[in-house]
Design a protein around this ligand. Sequence first.
Ligand SMILES: [Zn+2]
Length: 273
Amino acid sequence: MKLRPLFSLLLPILGFGSALANPWSEVLAPSDGPPRVIGETSAGCLDGAAVLPAEGEGYVVMHLERRRYFGHPSLIEAIRTLGEEAAGGLGVLHVGDLSLPRGGPMPNGHRSHQSGIDADIWFDLSPTLHVHADRWRSNVPAPSLLRSASGGLDYRLWSDRQVRILKAAASLPEVDRIFVNAHIKRELCETVRGARGWLRKIRPWYYHEDHFHMRLVCPADSPLCVRQEAVPPGDGCDASLDWWLRQHPPPVPRPSEPRPLLPAACRELLARR
Ligand SMILES: [Zn+2]
């Protein structure tokens, strides 16, 4: 999940100041242990991270300068699988943040993405004619799928291609849930015909109008991984979605509790050479 710039500016005021200077972004390389997801997505880290190459079949990684292209091998594999799906006629996946080389809190932009099982992927699948220069990757903005005034979907940008990539992602057994803007969830609720079981994994959440956030289940090799509470049964096209849609202006995350403490295994991981 990505927090808006204004909210980022408020972070120090809201008591998250210590998160802005953290050692996790100073570590440049993954640890060399076997892959292990440790803790929660919002208070965790990642041992033995795999790297997502800067581009591959059907995908390109954005913002290389952030060095957030590390993840558990199952996350890298899931993105590669979706890239192949995209290459089969949908376009090109623009992959945003995964995790830092050893996971952990990021200096800005996210609360989650700490344990190597979260990835942001743009809704925009436009094949690009650009050479994938670092400057382009760092500067081209992700287009929002919402019309700014009413908050409804911009149908110049929304198409069956987005439905197909979301369905492909939600159908991967290792994917636990996918966060999207509530208007996007509503569109799926109203238009998807036939098998709708995959809609269950598509969850309304703050923002997420220009990218979706894919979260995996805890991998089998990671006993210290703490799984989020299960997604409720049903397709989610219900009162819980109505709550999101009733909020005007759109809700923003509450600057709630301070960040949970990292597990001890993460402090050990950070200290390891
Ligand atoms: Zn995200």
